[in-house]
Design a binder for this molecule. Structure first.
Ligand SMILES: *Cc1c(COP(=O)(O)O)cnc(C)c1O
Length: 477
């Protein structure tokens, strides 16, 4: 080892000495001793590694070092679960938490969280009741379904139906519909876990009424239609319509169930978008039950909604699996408040952020893009910024073929790679998640919430400014 390196290593203070620095004495009061010790060890180890690799000679003052440790401690003390800015333009982004709640839903969640509630209590009778009371009537009113039930999520809803209606028996599914949805929902695996037997029919691209007819036997309990959600097939393709499937089911006295995935409660064509399957329509066409998510196009909290015939939903309700998959009170409160907006279609679009973002006007997006580009002029020496038309996605398995016109802010960093910029943007507070396209970072304003334009500008500014001693930028607490 060179003398230089030895000297540099020797100049590093010990953790004990560092902890006596006034900045870190304060930090220990604020973030706890163990967090500050951990941060000090990390920073010292990183600097030691850099010295040994010849990339760094410790020359900062003790004050700089203490501040770097304090900043690291602040980050370590912060909750792991954090708010982020969604600059991807994917409205229903499963990895980023899907739907943002409406104010009404937020208020309902807060009420349910901070006080006792009539969760399972009938206020009129003064006796025990079911938590389903809060959404059952609303769901049947909005959709015209005979009966409704909500559980933890849509994967749970599908599993519950397969378990109650088809355990130990056959569920017939077209090979074109054996989907995998992000977050490791694989339809065949969910069916197997429910205790039902999966009977695959048709081919990847074509399934006919005859395929269903041929597969039906004494053990068949259910014909399951699954919304393809996140992919499209074109070319030489054929699927059996729900109407035809219902006819087959009736002829053979077998239940027909549809997993709608996203399930739009408003007609998407009224929003100028291609048609998305609606539970109301599926039930009108004769499906015995349908299931869909609460936090996709519905725009509410995580939930699995089951709608259908009383005979089918009632069975599911009485299953012990329904108890295992029950919805929690916060999600239930948020779901009821979200559903209330659907009594009036216009109301839903103006109230529910997910629908609002899908509907967001181009001129509004453009204003946001220009404002961000203007804000980035302050760091014009670090970035090349341009505006380009592009497309946003709905995501969440809704309308995979549909994209929405948008205006993108394309950012090419001057002094670092685009990957480095993306990584730094994930390290600021709040972290920014954006797309990379070739050698540019692409920001789509569609999915930024009111007030987040400025936060995004601040984040980019912090990311391109010189890094602190710990090698990471910090946009402040
Ligand atoms: C998203 C989706 C699911 C899973 O729904 P979760 O609410 O995430 O459990 C199931 N089936 C289809 C077709 C989907 O699109």
């Amino acid at each position: 080892m060179s003398g230089n390196k030895k000297d540099a290593l020797r100049a590093l203070p010990s953790v004990e000495v560092l902890l006596q620095h006034r900045v870190l004495l304060d930090a220990q009061g604020q973030y706890s001793r163990s967090v500050v010790v951990g941060a000090a060890r990390e920073i010292l180890a990183e600097i030691r590694r850099e010295i040994l690799s010849g990339r760094n000679r410790f020359l900062g003052s003790l004050d700089d070092l203490a501040e770097a440790v304090r900043d690291r401690a602040r980050r370590k003390a912060a909750p792991v679960f954090r708010r982020v800015l969604n600059a991807t333009g994917v409205v229903i982004h499963t990895n980023l938490g899907r739907s943002v709640l409406s104010e009404r839903a937020l208020a309902a969640v807060q009420r349910a969280a901070t006080g006792y509630s009539n969760l399972e209590y009938d206020l009129e009778v003064g006796a025990r009741s079911t938590r389903q009371q809060h959404v059952e009537a609303l769901l049947t009113e909005i959709t015209g379904a005979e009966a409704a039930l909500v559980v933890n999520n849509n994967a749970g809803a599908v599993m519950l139906l397969a378990h109650t209606l088809a355990k130990g028996r056959d569920v017939v599914v077209s090979r074109g519909q054996l989907v995998e949805i992000g977050g490791s929902f694989r339809l065949p695996e969910v069916l197997t876990a429910s205790g039902a037997r999966l009977v695959e029919i048709g081919t990847t691209n074509r399934t006919s009424v005859g395929d269903y007819e041929a597969a039906i036997g004494p053990d068949t309990a259910m014909l399951l239609k699954v919304h393809q959600s996140n992919f499209i097939m074109s070319g030489f393709v054929a699927e059996v319509s729900l109407r035809d499937l219902v006819e087959v089911g009736r002829r053979h006295n077998v239940l027909v169930i549809e997993d709608l995935g996203s399930g739009a409660l408003v007609d998407m064509t009224e929003l100028g978008l291609p048609h998305e399957p609606m539970p109301q329509e599926s039930l009108a066409q004769g499906a015995d039950a349908v299931t869909f998510s609460g936090d996709k196009l519905l725009g509410g909290t995580q939930a699995g909604v089951l709608l259908g015939r009383q005979s089918v939903i009632g069975k599911a309700r009485r299953s012990p699996v329904a108890r295992a998959l029950r919805i929690d009170k916060l999600n239930l409160a948020g779901l009821e408040a979200t559903l209330l907006a659907y009594r009036d279609v216009r109301g839903a679009v103006s109230e529910i952020p997910t629908l609002g973002m899908i509907q967001r006007q181009e001129k509004d997006i453009e204003a946001s893009a220009r404002r961000i580009a203007r804000g980035l002029q302050r760091v014009a020496d670090q970035l090349e910024v341009s505006l380009e038309t592009g497309r946003s996605e709905i995501g969440g398995g809704a309308s995979p073929a549909v994209s929405l016109p948008t205006l993108l802010i394309c950012i090419a960093p001057v002094a670092m790679s685009v990957r480095e910029l993306a990584q730094r943007l994930r390290a600021v507070d709040p972290p920014v998640i954006a797309r990379i396209k070739e050698d540019r970072l692409v920001v789509d304003p569609r999915t930024l919430l009111p007030g987040e334009d400025d936060l995004l500008v601040e984040a980019v500014r912090a990311a391109v400014e010189p890094a602190d001693l710990a090698g990471r930028p910090d946009a402040g607490s």
